[in-house]
Design a protein around this ligand. Structure first.
Ligand code: SF4
Ligand code: SF4
Ligand code: FES
Length: 261
């Protein structure tokens, strides 16, 4: 009989599994959950497990990955009900007594098995004006931005996003309101609002201030809690709320001034 996974290995990722330890993995597929059994290995990641199942047990299993080192953002899925990047998540850190349950990333349409369609996620980046806008007369030379300026620091806080979609899957507001732009797109918009070179601020602030924008965030921090890059979209969104309110007040003030002049 296969040895069970020692409780210590479940709690401490540095504990090596017994040589004959096995892991039960339930994967959500089109017709419901399918169970597989794989050997436990030292330093094994969730992505290692899925890859082993696909290569050695069922080549029809669909999933997505590219870099395997936490850079490309393509390997995210639900692991025991929580969104995670799977190439950097050790089995020993997250497996429960009865193994692993893997599902496609929440809040996105499923293509097949564990692979989701990221198009709605990236469409929202575009809707939030998540691309740098150089304006009609971009600088010919490099812009000088002081590394310790408040704007540069605000950009630094959000720039390392890898577009993994983990925060998007963690956000209940996206579930309730599929039009909501979501934490990643709004985090991106905030980095650009703080980019002193960008010339598209007015349109960007307008894009993120509607019903589907930053004001819809309930600040329950789930995105920030789950982001594997330790970014804080919640705080970026709070910055956008302040910036959009200031911009609205400015517009109201100038209209009022024109009328009363
Ligand atoms: S903000 Fe974090 S969780 Fe969200 S897409 Fe970027 S890296 Fe992933
Ligand atoms: S803080 Fe806002 S964006 Fe983040 S999970 Fe909560 S509602 Fe979604
Ligand atoms: S495979 Fe690239 S981040 Fe996981």
């Amino acid at each position: 009989m296969n040895a069970p996974i020692p409780a210590a290995a479940l709690a401490d990722p540095t504990v090596e599994p017994a040589p004959d330890a096995m892991l039960t993995v339930r994967i959500r597929r089109e017709d419901g959950f399918q169970a597989f059994t794989v050997a436990r290995r030292p330093a094994q990641t969730i992505l290692d497990v899925v890859t082993e199942i696909q290569r050695e047990q069922d080549p029809t299993l669909a999933y997505r990955f590219a870099c395997r080192v936490g850079m490309c953002g393509s390997c995210a899925m639900m692991v025991n009900g929580r969104p995670r990047w799977t190439c950097r998540t050790r089995v020993a850190a997250v497996a429960e007594e009865d193994g692993l349950t893997l599902e496609p990333l929440r809040n996105l349409p499923v293509v097949k098995d564990l692979a989701v369609d990221m198009e709605p996620f990236f469409e929202k980046w575009a809707a939030a004006h998540g691309a740098f806008e150089p304006g009609d007369a971009p600088l010919e030379d490099f812009a000088v931005v002081a590394p310790d300026s408040p704007e540069r620091r605000a950009v630094d806080a959000g720039i390392e996003c890898i577009n993994c979609g983990v925060c998007y899957a963690a956000c209940d507001v996206v579930t309730w309101n599929p039009d909501y732009l979501g934490p990643a797109a709004l985090n991106r918009a905030w980095t650009l609002v703080n980019d002193v070179r960008d010339q598209g601020q007015a349109a960007r602030l307008e894009a993120v201030s509607g019903d589907a924008g930053c004001q819809s965030c309930h600040t329950h921090m789930s995105c920030t809690e789950h982001c594997p890059k330790a970014l804080a979209p919640t705080f970026a969104i709070a910055g956008l709320k302040r910036a959009t309110a200031r911009s609205a007040l400015k517009r109201f003030g100038s209209r009022h001034f024109r009328r009363s002049a």
